[in-house]
Design a protein around this ligand. Structure first.
Ligand code: MG
Length: 217
């Protein structure tokens, strides 16, 4: 499992924290992703079928049924990230719940997205009411969590919708409090298995108090 040098550089720019640490994924945790991505595709005559929880291989041309190849799907995802400020809005109560937690915890956003889109995401998050440090990574999230935690003993919680990110976190930090929250909970049956000791929550109304309890705040 490799570290991402650009993510490490971004972490080094942050002031070391001492309060309980809450690390949050962005897509389908703070901002909707799948739902607006489907609208983005629809506007181009494309369709995402969600019989499996992946984008590559599942996007077709609506008129012909032709499947898009790997490279075309990667280009679409990249185009969506470049235009994210026109499509993505917050999950219900996410702004308020995270703001309440930020009174007593250090909040860091960790998004698995190409580094080149960091600036547009930064501006968009600020405009939505998420003024917390934003890290991008193109590698596994676990090593970034360990680096963020630093040497000061403190509780850490991590929220993500993608199982392999939670697996990476658990493999790297045995004591991290893991939460699975996703913008479209109806897709949960399609997911690969979650690691051990993950709290499953369906919305921020429920997640806020449970994260606070886990962090002891
Ligand atoms: Mg996500």
């Amino acid at each position: 499992m490799s570290d991402d040098p650009e993510t490490a550089r971004q972490i080094a720019e942050l002031a070391p924290g001492t309060r309980p640490l809450l690390v949050l994924d962005v897509d389908d945790v703070l901002m909707e992703f799948i739902a607006p991505f489907m609208r983005f595709l629809d506007a181009q005559g494309l369709h995402l079928s969600l019989e499996t929880f992946r984008l590559h291989g599942n996007i077709t041309r609506r008129e012909t049924g032709e499947a898009l190849d790997y490279e075309a799907v990667s280009t679409l995802i990249d185009d969506f990230f470049a235009a994210q400020d026109r499509w993505q809005s917050p999950l219900a109560r996410a702004v308020e719940a995270v703001a309440e937690l930020s009174d007593q915890a250090d909040i860091v956003l960790l998004t698995a997205m190409p580094h080149r889109h960091r600036a547009v995401r930064r501006i968009h998050l600020d405009s939505l009411g998420f003024p917390y440090p934003l890290l991008t990574t193109e590698a596994a999230k676990g090593p970034a969590l360990r680096r963020l935690l630093g040497a000061t003993p403190r509780p850490i919680a991590f929220v993500d919708d993608t199982p392999h990110n939670l697996v990476s976190a658990r493999q790297t930090l045995a004591d991290v409090h893991l939460f699975h929250l996703m913008g479209m909970p109806a897709l949960r049956p399609l997911l690969s298995p979650l690691p051990e000791r993950v709290e499953i929550v369906d919305e921020w109304h429920e997640a806020g108090p449970r994260i606070a309890a886990a962090l002891g705040i």
